[in-house]
Design a protein around this ligand. Structure first.
Ligand code: 2P0
Length: 360
């Protein structure tokens, strides 16, 4: 019987503390600057099964039970798959079936978990034995922020200097056990598709923002300071750096022409309320990616107050996450989203049980 080239991986999203916003190489996805992040726990994970087979006539990519068909939808995963095929020296077509608990494209780092899970599942299906740095590069070639999801805990994506991108990958700052009372409260203010996708938004910013060059000047210093604050578990220092960096990134977005504005009224209400909470000492720090959904970094003892703030801003749906772990490979037959014959298994997310249910 021919060997089944199939594997299933799960990966967790990461939330940037020092944000990545801008590329120096569009094709290789090389950033203008370093960034760092914290990996979320399994509540917002993505599970992906990849199978290669000579039975498949064409590549098929499915996310949350919907087949991706347009070039725009396929622009991240296809280059990544093609690079993996090239590395493994195979031409077999692939079926990729993914389920993401993260609202896709809602500015909630969904593509990071998604592209990390594809890289892990595809390379595992082909029996490729890659180092974690090589895997991080492969994740990066799908989506920049995905390269930080290869680690649990806190990670830094090195800008790198080389033109081929071989030194632009993530390294771990501290693992998931380092800071047990660290919490990330993720509010879902909006889960719809955003107006300007990150990829287009950052390109526009690099090309048009006058403030952007100033951002690049100050980032090396805060990258170092934030790493130091993580290692020392200096919460108030880290939360202040995170808020300032989020504000700075959004300032460069507003500074483009025409401007890009991802924050909405609820986001702004959260910003004001967190500053009020922090009046007598910093208890929490907000951070916004390319969307209106607030992410609040805080400590366990302040979670209740933070949740109240989000609720008061009209945000009903939220996740309180611990610091999470890196990707894992699932080996049980029942866990694959594609069966041995290449058929997609029916699957859906059971909100009540808070778990992915697969028909087997
Ligand atoms: C980040 N974001 O560091 C920043 C903060 C959004 C704001 O990484 O073009 O989906 O695939 O490299 O990784 C979103 O951009 O963009 C992002 P590509 P990606 O998390």
């Amino acid at each position: 019987m021919p060997k089944i080239l199939r594997a299933t991986a799960e990966a967790n999203p990461n939330i940037a503390i020092i944000k990545y916003w801008g590329k120096r190489d569009e094709k290789l996805i090389l950033p203008m600057q370093g960034s760092n992040s914290v990996t979320l726990d399994e509540q917002l994970k993505t599970r992906t099964t990849v199978m290669f087979s000579d039975k498949f006539r064409q590549d098929e990519i499915w996310i949350n039970n919907k087949q991706l068909t347009t070039p725009e939808e396929l622009e991240k995963v296809m280059p990544q798959l093609n690079i993996i095929r090239e590395m493994a020296k195979i031409r077999l077509k692939a079926k990729v079936v993914s389920y993401s608990v993260t609202p896709v494209a809602g500015g909630l780092a969904g593509s990071a978990a998604g592209l990390a899970a594809v890289a892990y599942a595809a390379t595992n299906a082909l029996g490729m034995n890659l180092s974690i740095s090589e895997l991080s590069v492969l994740c990066r070639l799908g989506s920049g922020s995905a390269c930080r999801s290869v680690y649990g805990g806190f990670a830094e994506w090195k800008r790198g200097e080389k033109a081929d991108g071989s030194d632009s990958f993530a390294v771990q700052i501290a693992d998931e056990k380092h800071w047990p009372d660290f919490r990330i409260v993720v509010g879902v203010a909006e889960s719809g598709e955003k107006k300007v996708k990150s990829r287009a938004g950052m390109k526009h910013t690099v090309a048009n923002s006058i403030l952007y060059s100033k951002r690049l000047e100050y980032l090396p210093k805060v990258l170092k300071e934030s790493k130091d604050a993580i290692l020392k578990k200096d919460a108030s220092r880290l939360f202040e750096i995170a808020m300032r960096d989020s504000n700075d990134m959004h300032a460069t977005m507003h500074d483009t022409w025409p401007p890009i504005m991802y924050l909405n009224d609820a986001s702004k209400e959260v910003i004001y309320a967190i500053h009020e909470l922090n009046q007598n000492g910093i208890k929490a720090g907000y951070s916004f990616d390319a969307g209106p959904n607030p992410t609040i970094f805080t400590l366990d003892k302040h979670v209740a107050e933070v949740k109240k703030i989000l609720e008061n801003a009209g945000i009903k749906k939220m996740f309180v996450s611990n610091v999470g772990s890196g990707p894992k490979i699932l080996k049980d037959e029942i866990e694959h989203l594609i069966d041995e014959n290449g058929n997609i298994r029916k699957h859906s997310f059971d909100e009540k049980k808070n778990m992915l249910v697969i028909e087997y």
